[in-house]
Ligand binder design. Structure first.
Ligand code: NAP
Length: 293
């Protein structure tokens, strides 16, 4: 890594955040916060993500439960009924439905059933609406984690042109809302790109801060990026490799090409991923407080 290019390590920031959550949890009187993960099916990536979340929860003293549903026999209504039951369960503070759901189920319909104060992913329409209105809300973990990462490394957003290559509910839409807020870590000029954007390169080249999240491994090299920009690589793709796991993880950025060219860049793995999980723990603690008041 060249001395003039900073590595934005999400691992380091997440470690600090998790310590904060652990300390706050240890000071709570009564039972610890409790989050329930609902997973439909056994897709490798979903299993790995939920396991990682459970592991982090245990490390910070948060209780977590996993309910696995058969993807062949479970209906959307059965999942909704379970969410409604958990909404009423006073021993549960947080509910997370692991995406993706089978094609037979409507993810939006299911998550909109989660009580807003227990919606630790922050995806339900009430939390999203509050986010747009700049009202207090549980913010989606990945965008909130990116903001925390920028804050930790003193990356200013005010007046900067931030280009986000993603318009999903999980990344691009909530992140653009956060960056557009008035005040510290907002006040950015935001451009959101997607698969129908014309001449993507001419737009990404204008970014002071470039957020990549389209799931195209190693695609973005210096031809897409302004010299001295800050690159936040959200993308995670499993690329087949001859190792024990059979794959390696890659981001959307061509890290090797960019590392001596940009001012700062997040690695994959070890960048946005750990921030997402740490923010989930923070959101669970927030949900606990909301449920107790
Ligand atoms: P998604 O819903 O499939 O969104 C992908 C976005 O990229 C869409 O907006 C899509 O445009 C856009 N896109 C795809 N191909 C493009 C192209 N050639 N040019 C411009 N835009 C293009 O996926 P997601 O759930 O948001 O996740 C995106 C990536 O981030 C994945 O690699 C995922 O694994 C990763 N991710 C990482 C974390 C983390 O914690 N690090 C968290 C969430 C997601 P359209 O809308 O037009 O289809």
């Amino acid at each position: 890594m060249c001395a003039c290019c900073r590595l934005l390590s999400g691992k380091e920031v997440a470690c600090d955040l998790l310590l904060e959550v652990k300390e706050a949890v240890s000071k709570l009187s009564g039972r610890p916060p409790c989050v329930v993960f609902l997973r439909v099916g056994n897709a490798d990536a979903s299993v790995a993500y939920v396991n990682q979340k459970k592991k982090r929860a245990a490390e910070v003293g948060i209780r977590s439960l996993l309910k696995v549903f058969d993807s062949e026999t479970t209906t959307e209504q059965m999942l909704i009924d379970e969410v409604k039951r958990l909404n009423e369960d006073a021993s549960v503070d947080g509910i997370l439905v692991q995406a993706p759901l089978p094609d037979s189920m409507d993810f939006i319909k299911v998550i909109n059933t989660i009580a807003p104060e227990k919606d630790v992913d922050g995806f339900c329409s009430i939390n999203m609406g509050r986010l747009i209105q700049s009202e207090p809300a549980i913010s989606p973990c990945t965008p909130a984690g990116i903001i925390e990462l920028l804050k930790y490394y003193n990356v200013e957003t005010a007046g900067k042109h931030v280009v986000i290559v993603n318009r999903s509910l999980i990344v691009g839409k909530p992140l653009s809302a956060l960056l557009l807020r008035h005040g510290v870590l907002g006040d950015a000029t935001v451009t959101v790109c997607h698969s129908r954007t014309k001449d993507l390169r001419s737009i990404t080249q204008q970014a002071d801060i470039l957020i990549l999240a389209c799931g195209r491994p190693c695609c973005f090299d210096r031809f897409y990026v302004k010299k001295g920009a800050v690159v936040v690589d959200v993308g995670i793709s499993r690329v087949p490799a001859q190792n024990e796991r059979g794959y390696v993880l890659h981001g959307d950025a061509n890290f090797e090409d960019l590392k001596g060219y940009v001012a700062a860049i997040t690695p994959v793995p070890g960048g946005v991923g750990p921030m997402t999980v740490a923010m989930l723990m923070k959101n669970t603690l927030k949900a606990y407080h909301l449920c107790h008041h």
